[in-house]
Design a protein around this ligand. Structure first.
Ligand code: COA
Length: 533
């Protein structure tokens, strides 16, 4: 093992420690004091409930845990975990989406980022055909920001619109109410296919006691107004009555025990372990983000049996192999791969090869994995005249129209149109994961600083006040810091531009789970624009 490899390993371990620190605050908002306060209310931390809800000895795959950090909302800098736990777990053997308020974060109220996280989880559930369980304990809209969370599409009402649409598609929407569900929040109980309420803990009403007193003068307790007895015995707004959280969880499990078993719409081969330990990934990926990588070794480290079958391996060396294409299996699931290699600049040859491969996989109904580490398409007169714009656009078109599940994993630079061609967020991959090596921005800090500096210099010259060398350097550095900060996985993860920042050691398990879940719905017929191919 050479020294530089050891340095890489230490570097990435240290980066992932920083991720762990952030995760701690996401999972334990308010520390022990907040847990004690919950206990006094007869409640347990929401992840404890989730671990009881899913089948024993199975894993809960939690999304976007670093969402909500550094949002700088009115009165609130961080919203740990966006105040909402979302993820996929198995209930009676079936993958199920779980969406749960964390009442330790401002009473589980909805900030803009909370809504975005809720909607993203519902979108995954709809796209993959998953039933949803809601563990509801929310004060509703975060009132200081009502204009940003109430009236628009993708705001509060969209949660219930999604519930109605999914239930009409046959996807069960089950709510366990474990706390307050006030005003709009009450619909999470009333819109469910079946709702469970806990005596003296769960409340659901369109207007809480203070509002009722103001509006009608009636003085009434929360329990009498909208407690579990009111809704299970009088209004019929909820369907199941229980007295503890544990009992409530059991009822949800019982409801879902009658669901038919899910099946995979693709032949799954026997799973073989990867031959290469994940530590190799820590060694092989350089700490310098723009340094070239050996993607074949990376793919061998995640594939069953370390086997990657490459397509057009010898095509256009040095230009065609800045993208590597081929197939591997992930825990028995065959997957087509489009992966950046070396420094990742996409030349015409690489774009054409990738387009061909995407179409081929779509035709074979093989799902696609995009491993992104590309700073962009090749620029310059030669590339332009040879048609890099056109061939890059063909790649984007193939990515957009491929009918198969697509998943993006970012392990390096993710800039410019390469973000499009490699299936970035706008191309609606079923899942999008990043790592601590990911850097997503329109261009690198260095390039952006150069472009913006030349504009600023022109402006200052026109005003007759040319920039001094010190001013130029200061301007350049500020731009580099801004761009590099915004490209960082913490910044992007906080804003839900990824579904999770994965540790390198988690990549194989998460990709296998995500492909499995993505293949629970049958794949449509392949088409390219209005052509079938
Ligand atoms: N908007 C903004 N902040 C809210 C909020 C809301 N809708 N609901 C609660 N909070 C804040 C509280 O101010 C408090 O902040 P702090 O920790 O900085 O003091 C924190 O959330 C916890 O609230 P608290 O009332 O102490 O928690 P609780 O567990 O005792 O009660 C509720 C929870 C939801 C029953 C109660 O907070 C409540 O009734 N909230 C108002 C709900 C409402 O009317 N919503 C209408 C919006 S659609």
């Amino acid at each position: 093992m050479s020294d530089s490899k050891t340095q890489n390993h230490l570097f990435w371990e240290n980066e992932e420690l920083k991720l762990d620190e952030r995760l701690y605050y996401a999972v334990w908002p308010g520390g022990q004091e907040a847990v004690d306060r919950l206990a006094k209310q007869g409640k347990r931390p929401v992840r404890d409930l989730i671990s009881e809800l899913i089948d024993s000895d199975t894993e809960f795959f939690e999304f976007s845990r670093i969402a909500g950090f550094g949002m700088n909302y009115p009165d609130v800098t961080d919203v740990p975990c966006a105040g909402l736990v979302t993820g996929i777990g198995k209930i009676h053997g079936n993958w199920t989406m779980i969406i749960a308020n964390d009442s330790r974060v401002k009473a589980g109220t909805y900030f803009p980022i909370t809504l975005k996280k809720h909607m993203r989880a519902q979108a995954i559930a709809e796209q993959c055909g998953l039933n949803c369980v809601y563990i509801a304990d929310s004060g509703g809209a975060y009132l200081p920001m009502q204009a940003d969370v109430f009236p628009d599409d993708q705001h509060f009402g969209s949660m219930f619109y999604n519930m109605a649409r999914m239930s009409s598609m046959g996807l069960k929407q089950i709510t366990l109410s474990t706390g307050g569900n006030t005003a709009g929040g009450a619909y999470i109980v009333f819109m469910a296919c079946q709702a469970v309420m806990i005596d003296k803990l769960a409340y659901s009403f369109l207007g809480g006691p203070p509002l009722v007193k103001m509006a009608t003068g009636e003085k009434i307790s929360a329990e009498e107004l909208g407690g579990a007895k009111v809704h299970t015995q009088l209004s019929g707004g909820a369907d199941h009555f229980c007295t503890t959280q544990e009992e409530g969880i059991q009822i949800v499990r019982d409801i879902l025990s009658l669901e038919p078993p899910q099946k995979l719409f693709l032949h799954r081969y026997a799973e073989t372990p990867s031959k290469v330990p994940p530590e190799v990934i820590y060694e092989m990926l350089p700490a310098a983000i723009h340094q070239g990588i050996d993607i074949r070794s990376f793919l061998e480290a995640i594939a069953d049996d370390g086997y990657f079958s490459e397509y057009k391996k010898h095509y256009a060396p040095g230009r065609g192999d800045n993208i590597v294409t081929g197939k591997l299996r992930l825990k028995g699931i065959p997957v087509g791969v489009v992966a950046s290699n070396a420094v990742g600049i996409i030349f015409i040859e690489a774009a054409r090869k990738a387009t061909e491969w995407i179409i081929r996989c779509s035709q074979e109904k093989i799902p696609l994995l995009f491993v992104q580490s590309s700073p962009g398409y090749m620029v310059g007169s030669e590339a332009e005249q040879m048609g890099i714009g056109k061939y890059g656009a063909d790649m984007v078109r193939a990515v957009s129209c491929a009918q198969v599940p697509r998943i993006q994993l970012v392990i390096g630079p993710d800039n410019g149109a390469a973000n499009y061609g490699m299936c970035g967020r706008a191309y609606r991959p079923h899942f999008l994961f990043s790592t601590m090596r990911a850097r997503t921005s329109v261009m690198s800090g260095r390039s952006a600083a150069g472009v913006l500096l030349s504009i600023e210099e022109r402006k200052r010259e026109a005003k007759g006040k040319p920039m001094t060398e010190i001013e130029k350097e200061d301007f350049r550095q500020k731009m580099i810091d801004k761009y590099d900060g915004e490209a960082h996985p913490f910044y992007c993860g906080a804003r839900l531009l990824s579904d999770r920042v994965l540790k390198f050691s988690e990549i194989r398990d998460w990709l296998a789970m995500s492909f499995e879940v993505s293949l629970l719905k049958s794949v449509g017929e392949p088409s390219f624009g209005n052509l079938r191919f």
